[in-house]
Design a protein around this ligand. Structure first.
Ligand code: SF4
Length: 211
């Protein structure tokens, strides 16, 4: 099966939006400020963005609150063509452990636990986008070289259908998006974590460090 060129599809969609002179609204799920940096720089040229910080997977609590603060600081300091605002979802940790991690604690990163983690976060984003009357929703997760873009976009589209809101399929690491995010992160002196987010990825990172 041919791999879908998500960036080309997004380019075409943006061309159409521009031709119509529209600036649609977009609820952008963000995993962290560094990953969001390029996504915001790029998409805010065409969309009015609300960044949605919904990541109940993050461990420990201090890490969660630190990531939220960095996200808010970046949005307040970064100049954009169209406005970018911020909303924080519930930090419902129990939901992550009961709906995502239960029975999958030993899974490696990119395994079955991660699929459920994406379903939780993208499902909640789609639900919120529908409630807020957004034109589209998307996620910054497709910028990461560690993540399965095909899987993320498949889950995003399914959640969009479930909640009746259009999912914007992306592949932000194309067009050097990941590289650009590292440059912006340096420029804004941003905190860059070295593990995905949950306690299991934290433990994996600690084990690698001690080797
Ligand atoms: S490794 Fe990352 S994507 Fe996978 S379950 Fe943990 S936080 Fe979620």
């Amino acid at each position: 099966m041919n791999k879908i060129n998500y960036q080309r599809e997004l380019d075409q969609l943006i061309e159409g939006i521009e031709a119509e002179g529209k600036v649609p609204t977009l609820l952008l799920h963000s995993c962290c400020a560094p990953c969001s940096s390029y996504c915001i720089e790029y998409l805010s040229q065409f969309f009015t963005i609300t960044v949605f910080y919904y990541n109940p997977n993050i461990y420990p609590d201090e890490e969660y609150f630190h990531r939220v603060k960095e996200q808010q600081r970046f949005i307040s300091e970064f100049p954009t063509k169209h406005p970018v605002s911020f909303i924080e979802g519930d930090f419902e940790k129990d939901r992550f452990y009961s709906e995502v991690a239960k029975g999958l604690e030993k899974e490696p990163e990119r395994g079955a636990r991660c699929t459920k983690c994406f379903e939780l976060r993208l499902g909640e984003t789609a639900k919120r986008a529908a409630a807020e009357g957004m034109d589209y929703f998307a996620t910054t997760l497709t910028i990461s070289p560690m993540k399965d873009v095909e899987l993320l976009n498949t889950i995003g589209a399914a959640m969009g259908e479930r909640y009746g809101v259009e999912y914007l399929a992306t592949e932000f690491r194309k067009k050097n998006g990941y590289l650009r995010s590292t440059q912006i992160s340096k420029e804004y002196d941003m905190y860059r974590q070295d593990y995905c987010g949950c306690v299991y990825s934290y433990q994996e990172r600690e084990a690698q460090k001690s080797k």
